[in-house]
Design a binder for this molecule. Structure first.
Ligand code: GUN
Length: 294
């Protein structure tokens, strides 16, 4: 079997077109969704993510307030900027790009963002609501993965899902979302991580594998069953002298070999990545609607 490719770019552009129409409608009522973006330091991957997020905002008509700060900013200065954005009615969503430099206390920063503007879904209030199955801003990457699965016709209910990775951004939240008693949940979920004894033993029985380990070739063809659905969240730079930049992007999955056994697979780039940004736009528009009493 050769897998069908799940085209994240295409799903994302369809959703963005829907959002663009919605933003244009809101504009008629003088409602302009706004996103405050904070990037600390010069990490090249973070810089390119943030640039992509800002371009996407511009493209669908969301106002974005761009703050690129030096790596030596203090905790106090960063908290003051968040406080200003919390109180700015033009800002409906606040995005602090992670990771932050080591001298910054990340959990204190995330806690300072008003839960009503936490469009990343990283505030403990939103995490708690999500776990309890209440309405909340859902973290963008997991929410995007669920959209991709649903829109590709994958049955989540009853599926054996194996997640590889236990990060706060992907592994933990996607596990929670998939076990909810909801049409987008009802899966049987296993979370594997660096201390898992025999990873292949778990991945071999999975109907759906979500690879979010941050390491290339974590999932190889011998580790999956025929017909598996593969969601590859990895974004790794691997040396490639044939490329002008000297590297190429690769996921966590050995794409070429695994696609011969899978039924559906996301590519890297062009799979999960475009969906993460789309769900951020979605949450920002939702936040603006809630703020306007809609
Ligand atoms: N770093 C990697 N992924 C994300 C994300 O979804 N949001 C933020 N704020 N930082 C990230």
């Amino acid at each position: 079997m050769t897998a069908q490719i799940i085209d994240g770019k295409q799903v994302a552009s369809q959703m963005r077109a829907e959002l663009k129409t919605e933003v244009a409608e809101l504009k008629k009522e003088n409602i302009v969704p706004g996103l405050g973006v904070i990037l600390v330091g010069e990490d090249p991957a973070s810089q390119s993510y943030v640039t992509a997020k800002e371009r996407a905002c511009e493209n669908i008509g969301i106002y974005s307030d761009d703050n690129r700060l030096s790596a030596d900013i203090t905790q106090k200065e960063l908290l003051a900027l968040i406080d200003k954005m919390n109180n700015d009615p033009k800002i409906n969503g606040i995005l602090v790009q992670l990771p932050l430099p080591d001298h910054i206390n990340e959990s204190e920063i995330l806690l300072a963002i008003s839960p009503e503007k936490d469009v990343d879904g990283f505030h403990p209030t939103n995490i708690g609501k999500m776990v309890a199955g209440q309405k909340a801003f859902l973290p963008c990457t997991p929410h995007g993965i669920i959209q991709l699965l649903q829109r590709s016709g994958v049955k989540i209910e009853g599926a054996e899902v194996v997640i590889v990775g236990r990060s706060n951004i992907v592994g933990k939240p996607i596990a929670n979302m998939l076990i909810q008693k909801a049409p987008t949940g009802n899966a049987t979920v296993t979370v594997c991580h660096t201390r898992t004894k025999n990873l292949a033993e778990h991945t071999k029985r999975a109907d759906i594998i979500i690879a979010a380990a941050g390491r290339p070739n974590t999932i190889t063809a011998d580790m999956v069953k025929d017909g598996v659905v593969i969601i590859d969240v990895g974004v790794n730079r691997v040396d490639d002298t044939t490329k002008k930049k000297g590297y190429r992007l690769a996921g966590d999955v050995d794409f070429e070999a695994v696609k011969e056994k899978a039924s559906l697979i996301t590519p890297v780039p062009g799979g999960v990545g475009p969906m993460t940004i789309t769900m951020l736009l979605y949450n920002t528009v939702e936040s603006a609607k809630i703020a306007a009493g809609k």
